[in-house]
Ligand binder design. Sequence first.
Ligand code: SAH
Ligand code: SF4
Ligand code: F3S
Length: 449
Amino acid sequence: MRKLYIRTFGCQMNEYDSDRMADVLGADEALARTDRPEEADIILFNTCSVREKAQERVFHDLGRVRRLKAEKPGLIIGVGGCVASQEGEAIVRRAPYVDVVFGPQTLHRLPQLIARRRESGRPQVDVSFPEIEKFDALPQTGAESASAFVSIMEGCSKYCTYCVVPYTRGEEVSRPLDDVLAEIAHLAARGVKEVTLLGQNVNAWRGELARGGGETGDFAFLLECVHGVPGIERIRYTTSHPREMTSRLIDAYARLPKLVPQLHLPVQSGSDRVLAAMKRGYTVLEFKSIVRKLRAVRPDLSLTSDFIVGFPGETAADFDKTMALIDEIGFDGSFSFVYSARPGTPAAEFDDPVPQTVKLAWLARLQQRIDEQARAVSAAMVGTTQRILVEGVAKKNADELCGRTENNRVVNFPAPSVHRERLIGQFIDVTIAAALPHSLRGEIVMRES
Ligand code: SAH
Ligand code: SF4
Ligand code: F3S
């Protein structure tokens, strides 16, 4: 059987898209996934351009597979994702051994692009934005575990001054409610118990309730519908935008117990001046007010966030405000990076006097503080009983199983061999025995019933 190797960079949208690439190619010809590029017949890079480093990695890695092509002339090398979307033809000019270049919205056309490459002998580039066509063209997703991702919207219309995503992914496009619910019902029928709804600004979802029906609903309504799908017991979503955290959505946390008390809500900065320069569309006070309302209905809410440190013009006083916000709110983890100037974005033209060394020191302080906060949350979980969804055999010990808590921590726990197989894909209660830096240890709760 021919083999497919996919290397994925960037966010969960890309992780999701990589699986869809495998689906769409697998529907066309029998293909096995491999994690060894040397044995592949098709090599795909699903790229990210959110920061300069991520973008450079692509050309570095491409250079490494180039020699494979010399050994295997029929090898197809493809570049998809956000770098492809932004660079298009320029990728083929810089790396002429690349066969196909496709964007996040044209990945469903991969089989045709590869066929045309083979017929014509010329590289094929298609990074257009045919909107919803992608969702319609993709084959049904297979369910391999009890937890699945479901893409419900694509793109971003917010245009923060530092960010490439609106240019690489296009503007916000929502999938119709019917389609989303049909996919989730299909997954549930195959044993999926937990869904993570995906989108670049997932809570900006605004979909037609029925295809072509005209009437639309908001994200809170969609959550309510997903909540009603039999078999689905846990709902997560990512990434949400503070501007779309409506009171209807906050109320949903009071009404919908299947919604986990865990939320990834990127704030980026704790300084109003910086937030305005970023064009985030909210103030620190507004962000704090959202968190206060959420915690009023869900006192146990665990919050994670994104931060950009060293935005052009950010001062030490601005950074201190970010640290003060972190102390006040208490975060349970973050994706935090030093600002990276992206060509074509407004912020790339802003004055940026702060040296990189200072920015790196700020970032280290921020990450250390949030790590401490997350460790404190883990430590406080010791002795409590947690409901976990069992994912499979533990990575480091085949006699143990692992699962995830509502606040997204991995728990490893011993399980008697006779029960192991049966427990995978089920919810069970475990008592947390110890907190380690990246995981927890647990024990199955025994009940007499
Ligand atoms: N739509 C989401 C985030 C998507 S991008 C939101 O706005 O909340 C993921 C993260 O990458 C952002 O939250 C931001 O923290 C980071 N990011 C985006 N552009 C960046 C840049 N130019 N430099 C550094 N980090 C950046
Ligand atoms: Fe980028 Fe801002 Fe859109 Fe998030 S909301 S993807 S940071 S432009
Ligand atoms: Fe990167 Fe594109 Fe995601 S730029 S973060 S892969 S949307």
